[in-house]
Design a protein around this ligand. Structure first.
Ligand code: ATP
Length: 410
């Protein structure tokens, strides 16, 4: 069976993955073995999300009726019911629903009625609390399909520490990353010198280490020096896989969906107030603005070096009429010509301007020329893929260390 849970937390506390870790132990106590724990990220543009739009799915063996009672009891005990936006959902499915609903929740928007229809068709047990919105994420989690997968080891804090500053030695995280990268990633942002894997919110998570296998995340974990965790769990996830991206074309982008889209830079990038960089991308008929916001740090300097005519592929969510860049692939650079004074035909020295609309003059031999020289200055960027730094990375975005997008849009 698969057990799906979502929407148990609020900005003030709790985390559905922590609830999952508690549930794994409670199921084990009654002889229900959990074979796999999934942390499933859904559409990052959903407005109802508390933080990273996560839901969980536990694949387990045992009595489904008992599992459902224990899961509901766990949610009733731990979920943040008092918070207005917390609307938990619990699902236990013995027949796994087709993955369509997962892909819809990952890439688009779903309704509670859509989720209930899928659950009825699958003959699943389910319970939605309050406005029952959590059934969407819980259903998507049980229907999830992870053709590409990564892992996250999550360590949780003891309850008496919740809401207090976390004690995790920064240097130990840098050591963990140095010893295990590229098999683990995004524990720290080495270029910006900051820790990425320790949250600042009042939830039970102490830290989370992401990587390519349970063995690698556990190896990295051994380096971490911190307050004593209450418990730990390794989840298999769709994080870092680009599973949210659809192949898109500029004229057909839909608000709140995320895309890989191909185009040509239409105008020089502009840096606006707050350091946000925008650049216009066009294809034959349409154009869209792409944004590299200030938190994307040094990624903005790549975007700033683009020139009209450069052919690129962009990855990111289409929100508020622009694509928020997660990464960019430069396919070819335009031959961007510039003008400069010509070389003197007589003595070979570089001429200088003789004044506005007066052509050029050689300072050495006084020869004159009318036309400037066209030349192609070297470009600061090269074809290839560029990404935002770990501090700005979205959960679903695939780090380039895992490979560039496989099948970029035709
Ligand atoms: P955390 O990451 O801390 O667990 P969260 O960011 O996952 O929190 P939730 O509290 O789970 O946020 O809230 C997200 C809500 O949005 C849930 O009720 C979930 O069912 C719903 N939801 C998720 N994906 C979609 C979607 N594609 N369309 C509509 N609703 C969705």
């Amino acid at each position: 069976m698969r057990i799906g849970i979502d929407d148990t937390d609020s900005p003030a506390g709790m985390c559905t993955t922590y609830l999952g870790a508690v549930l794994i132990r409670r199921l084990g106590d009654i002889g229900i073995r959990v074979r796999e724990a999934r942390l499933v990220r859904l559409n990052p543009n959903v407005i109802y999300k508390t933080r990273g739009n996560a839901a969980i799915c536990l694949e387990a063996e045992g009595d489904a009726g008992r599992a459902f009672s224990v899961a509901c009891a766990c949610v009733e005990e731990l979920a943040e019911f008092a918070a207005e936006g917390t609307n938990p959902g619990v699902v236990v499915a013995e027949c796994i629903p087709p993955p369509d609903f997962y892909y819809a929740a990952l890439r688009s928007f779903c309704t509670i009625d859509d989720a209930c229809r899928v659950l009825e068709d699958a003959g699943a047990r389910y319970r939605g609390y309050k406005n029952r919105r959590g059934l969407i994420g819980a259903t998507a989690a049980v229907a999830s399909d992870l053709p590409d997968r990564t892992y996250e080891l999550l360590a949780y804090r003891k309850q008496d520490r919740w809401g207090t500053p976390r004690q995790v030695e920064k240097v130990s995280l840098f050591r963990a990353e140095a010893a295990t990268y590229p098999h683990t990633w995004d524990s720290v942002d080495r270029e910006n010198g900051v820790v990425v894997c320790v949250p600042h919110t009042p939830d039970p998570v102490l830290f989370g280490i992401r990587g390519e296998s349970p063995a690698w995340v556990m190896r990295a974990r051994e380096y971490v020096v911190s307050e004593e965790p209450a418990c730990e769990a390794v989840y298999v996830t769709n994080q870092g896989t680009d599973a949210h991206l659809l192949a898109g074309s500029i004229g057909d982008l839909v608000e709140g969906h995320s895309y890989l889209a191909r185009g040509r830079i239409a105008a020089e990038p502009v840096t606006g107030i707050g350091g946000h960089v925008s650049v216009l991308l066009e294809d034959r008929e349409d154009a869209v603005r792409c944004m590299a916001y200030e938190p994307t740090k040094q990624f903005r300097s790549i975007v700033r070096q683009l020139l009209p005519g450069d052919e690129v592929i962009v990855a990111g969510s289409f929100k508020g009429g622009s694509i928020n860049l997660e990464k960019i692939g430069i396919r070819s650079l335009a031959d961007a010509a510039a003008l400069r004074p010509p070389l003197c035909a007589t003595c070979g020295k570089r001429m200088t301007s003789a004044g506005k609309e007066k052509g050029y003059k050689c300072r050495t031999c006084s020869a004159r020329a009318d036309e400037p020289e066209r030349f192609f200055p070297p470009r600061g960027v090269q074809p290839g893929w560029y990404e935002v730094p770990p501090t700005a990375r979205r959960h679903l975005a695939k780090p380039l260390v895992r490979g560039a997008p496989d099948n970029p849009v035709a």
